[in-house]
Write a protein that binds this ligand. Sequence first.
Ligand code: UDP
Ligand code: MN
Length: 246
Amino acid sequence: EGPTIYCITPTYSRYVQKAELTRISQTLKLVPNVHWIVIEDAMEKTDLVRNLISESKLITTHLVAQTAPFEKLKDSNPRIKRHRGVEQRNAALKWLRENLVLGRDKGVVYFMDDDNTYSIKLFDEIAKVRKVGVWPVGLVGGLNAEAPIVDAKTGKVTGYKSGWLPNRPFAIDMAGFAINLDLVLEKVEATFSYEMAKGMQESEFLSFFTTKDQLEPLADRCTKVYVWHTRTEKPKITGNITGLEV
Ligand code: UDP
Ligand code: MN
């Protein structure tokens, strides 16, 4: 039996929310040993999310963490408007650190946004992670895919093909890595922050845990795409039929 995969999903209310969460919960139903942590960007937990995760019959943890209003933060840094999921991912990290025990609980931590598309093959790769595993992500950064560059001789990551600052220490999308739970529990100082520049969240977060030469290239030495950074078009809704939850 493989390690528990802790999938951390920030989510927020909008027309497509239930569709997105239905899609990824049903992907997770096909994966053994998953613990799905769903964090609502809201003041309070909603019935929509509560009911959906309960009906999924997955092992779940339901949290809430509201993104601070932009107005309160803009003094410190005008770029933060573009950060998404910071508070929610931190709430999940806090939950892991408060509820799991180093040495007793074994697992791998994966940040699983609600709108991406995940192959079940990805989770076989995540289960192989020893410290930090990486793999390509499709449809991101203006490229067909971003991918770590793996040296054929050594099997180590030497750089990244990325459409966005490829020279970042870790030019990897949020969907392109997973971290052993032991490391997450050990490095309690590792969190996301609004101080991290746009596009630097992943790189700065990974820097807490590892170095480039220690990365474990998965998905057939980073030659396969098992996750896609899809984004759902905002539907144009011109009317509401009452009594139907969408
Ligand atoms: N998200 C959130 N609150 C927001 C915007 C986004 O909780 O105000 C969540 C969203 O549901 C997703 C993650 O944060 O799980 C990343 O957001 P998004 O997919 O919009 O970012 P992008 O694809 O543009 O990087
Ligand atoms: Mn997204």
